[in-house]
Design a protein around this ligand. Sequence first.
Ligand SMILES: Nc1ncnc2c1ncn2[C@@H]1O[C@H](COP(=O)(O)OP(=O)(O)OP(=O)(O)O)[C@@H](O)[C@H]1O
Ligand SMILES: [Mg+2]
Length: 327
Amino acid sequence: MDAIRVKGLSVYYRTPLGQVKVLDSVDATFEEGKTVGVVGESGSGKSTLGFAITRLLPPTGITKGSIRYYDTELLSLPAKKMREVRGTGIFMIMQDPFSSLNPVKRIKDQLMEALLVKYERRKETLDPKSGEKEILKRLSDVKLPDPDLVMLKYPHQLSGGQIQRIVIAMGLLLEPKVMIADEPTSALDVSIQAQVIALMKELQQNYGMTLIFVTHDLAVASAVSDKVLILYAGRTMEFGDVGETIKQPLHPYTQGLLKSFPSGSYKEGRLFSLKGMPPSFFDMPAGCRFNPRCPYAFDRCFKEEPGVYGVGDRLVRCFLYDKSNKS
Ligand SMILES: Nc1ncnc2c1ncn2[C@@H]1O[C@H](COP(=O)(O)OP(=O)(O)OP(=O)(O)O)[C@@H](O)[C@H]1O
Ligand SMILES: [Mg+2]
């Protein structure tokens, strides 16, 4: 069963320079209890996808298409109902974790409120003493030093790494059905990153949580995910099983991303280094938007934008896989 099904999702931002389309007709499915890694370079639209699913885009954001959460269409859901979905339904650990916290409330009160949300949804009563225990347990799970002291502080009195752990703990406390983790460990030391990721996986196993794990690092994604969604300049370039993707990346962009992969795991020798930068949304190249950086680009790639082709159970947006190639 799919927990989230995104279809034809486009997101536009209104800017002083005009409207930009930063996600272009994205299709993706997020199967219940599984992890999808959303991977792409900076600016490819990863956070925008998370904000669209949680309906937390800024007021300048415009969404088109469909996002289903089980049987519920989120894009037409009244704001009040959407608030009910957010939290224990879908929880997003933001890339900027400070924005998930209220600056004028102590950490303890905010975690207690999160816990209360979970208990209310389950129609259970929360005993403050056992609530505090549950919070301390989660704070120690995310390896936050001195949790008793930290609980009494306000967000601005804490470091980025501490805040990141608190927001992850908040996510763990809520036990959401779907967790969107947007670069959740970027402010943490490498050793702690691995522990926190392991913890998320544990929660996923214990509660059947669906995880959407956003990262620019394909190696990290491959360690946590069942499937990967490769985004480039707002377009899905490849979607499929993570093991197969690492073994045999289909899209030239994915091959380029794999170049930075830890040595030895990819041996086919077709890898090339990604040169240059993603295009500006104000100045998209004609045809395939990856063509300026693609070593395999041929005539057709400069004239037409490729559709999505199926290769086994995988999907790839590249003419190299168009069997009818009529260039
Ligand atoms: N509020 C906004 N108004 C206008 N443009 C925006 C806004 N937010 C993001 N963008 C643009 O949309 C594009 C996608 O941004 P997004 O933050 O989703 O990328 P990302 O993949 O999460 O990048 P990163 O890895 O740096 O976090 C970028 O070009 C960005 O500049
Ligand atoms: Mg981002």
